[in-house]
Design a protein around this ligand. Structure first.
Ligand SMILES: [Zn+2]
Length: 85
């Protein structure tokens, strides 16, 4: 079973480590390579997540660190990973 723990709550980008820790309560304060949110800060409430996501999408949904962007990347596909909040 794939776990939502390993995706960014804002953009759905898979993460090597769970952004909010194994217990979902210990944010790493790392920056998402894709949307640029800081885990534990910009994604701390459903409202914060939505505000950050909307701002990110309005500016084009670009990668914060484009070198990590997969060749076959699809914003639409990735956003299917986003956990319900
Ligand atoms: Zn993200």
């Amino acid at each position: 079973m794939s776990s939502n723990k390993f995706v960014c709550r804002v953009c759905g980008n898979p993460q090597a480590d769970p952004p909010w820790g194994e217990d979902n309560q210990s944010p790493t304060y790392e920056i998402c390579d894709c949307c640029g949110v800081e885990f534990g800060y910009g994604d701390c409430t459903p409202k914060a997540i939505k505000v950050f996501r909307d701002r990110w999408l309005v500016t084009g949904g670009n990668w914060k660190y484009p070198k990590y962007k997969p060749d076959n990347w699809s914003l639409e596909e990735q956003m299917k990973n986003i956990p319900e909040s």
